[in-house]
Design a protein around this ligand. Structure first.
Ligand SMILES: Nc1ncnc2c1ncn2[C@@H]1O[C@H](COP(=O)(O)OP(=O)(O)OP(=O)(O)O)[C@@H](O)[C@H]1O
Ligand SMILES: [Mg+2]
Length: 253
């Protein structure tokens, strides 16, 4: 479904990604782990073209996105839904218009049709219809995550990216959001990449786990593989050990 090769991204004078390689198979749910600030969000944004890459190859359904006309590229990339880490909702637009934004302004859909789809997606993520007319500042964190999820689903994507879908939520709301993700990802042919620090979320939704460190994916495996790996970086992360190879570099800086 998605293949990323040798992806390099530099922001300012810092090289954030130094040759990321991975594949997302049909219907697979891939979870990317890594310490804060290692470039996980940058990775998703650079695949979507929201942050420019220095070089690297991105292939979606067999099409190298740099080898096609920009209109075709936009069309391919708009088939990827994204739940942004910070929500990225417009405070000045009502919830339904946030959810329908891509349909109206990206695909030129009529307002009324887009509104119906938005309300349908809000219902899918267990939000009341009346929420559609409210503005984002009036919603709780858990509601905002669900609105973000509804927006990511609105364009009927084949691939969906979730950037920290449960961060900042209480354990029960986290679990509800996790279950919604499982419902749409695990039991469908949607391909998904999720970034999370939430190990409950990881265990619920991942088919495959990839570990990002120092600008590269340094380990990939299943949940069972992760539980018994002796890779020192993954071990330190999963066991939450303060001192080890992940933190040594930082101490030296
Ligand atoms: N638009 C930008 N311009 C310049 N630097 C950026 C930009 N976006 C991210 N960075 C830098 O890139 C690095 C990686 O950021 P990123 O947000 O990808 O981290 P992350 O792995 O998602 O962290 P977290 O787990 O805390 O969300 C950080 O040092 C950040 O300051
Ligand atoms: Mg991030």
């Amino acid at each position: 479904m998605l293949s990323v090769r040798n992806l390099h991204v530099t922001l300012g004078n810092r090289q954030i990604l130094k040759g990321v390689d991975f594949d997302l198979k049909d219907g697979e749910s891939l979870v990317i782990l890594g310490c804060s600030g290692t470039g996980k969000s940058v990775l998703l944004k650079s695949i979507l073209g929201l942050i420019p890459k220095q070089y690297g190859k991105i292939v979606v359904d067999g099409i190298d996105i740099d080898q096609v006309h920009k209109d075709e590229r936009s069309k391919i990339l708009s088939s990827i839904g994204m739940l942004f880490q910070g929500g990225a909702l417009f405070d000045s637009l009502p919830v339904w218009e946030n959810v329908a934004f891509g349909l109206i302004y990206g695909r030129g859909m009529k307002l009324q049709d887009a509104k119906e789809i938005a309300i349908d997606k809000l219902t899918l993520v267990d939000l009341d219809k009346q929420i559609a007319l409210l503005y984002p500042p009036a919603l709780s964190g858990g509601m905002l995550k669900r609105v973000g999820l509804a927006r990511a689903l609105a364009s009927m994507p084949r691939i969906i990216f979730f950037d920290e879908p449960t961060t900042g939520l209480d354990p029960i709301t986290s679990n509800i959001v996790n279950d919604l993700i499982v419902k749409y990802v695990k039991h469908s042919d949607l391909g998904a990449i999720t970034i999370t620090h939430d190990l409950t979320c990881l265990r619920k939704i991942a088919d495959t786990v990839a570990f990002l460190f120092d600008g590269k994916i340094i380990w990939t495996g299943s949940i069972q593989g992760m539980d018994c790996t002796e890779n020192p970086y993954v071990r330190q992360f999963i066991d939450a050990i303060p001192i080890g190879p992940l933190t040594t570099k930082k101490h030296l800086k």
